[in-house]
Design a binder for this molecule. Sequence first.
Ligand code: HEM
Length: 137
Amino acid sequence: MLWLKAFHIVFVVSWFAGLFYLPRLFVYHCSTTDAPGLERFALMERRLFVLMSLAAVLAVAFGLAMIAAAPVYLEFTWLRIKLVLVAALIGYHLWCYALMRAFVEGRNRHSHRWFRVFNEAPTLLLIAIVVLAVVKP
Ligand code: HEM
């Protein structure tokens, strides 16, 4: 169980590195106008998205493995609320994908200010999920 938890945390940290950095790339991407700059951002975003998606799948897989090893977890309210917030986090991850596609297809209409606000959402989810997982209120 401790091994599963250790790798769960490793992949959660890797996933969040991407969830913090990708929207930050969007902030700079939307202020870029030259073709080589646009191409470079699109490439960086695509590569980062692949890596953070892999981390997300592994973080969720190790979390589910802990539940499979001890199904009693599902009876705890803190875990159920945590799973709802994780669903929101996965929604945010998919929203990032949609925004990335919009950039590639020249459809982005959001300002850098909008992306700065968008960039704060994973911080709030991180605080809430870690408090639920550690304090178990
Ligand atoms: C479907 C996704 C997830 C599942 C099924 C899941 C499940 C679990 C389970 C069963 C534990 C063990 C709790 C314990 O024994 O104390 C755990 C620990 C933990 N999880 Fe998750 N988790 C998921 C996603 C996340 C995410 C996205 C984060 C961070 C934002 C996160 C952060 C943590 C932390 C920090 C711990 C360690 C808690 C401690 O040892 O006190 N988990 N998770």
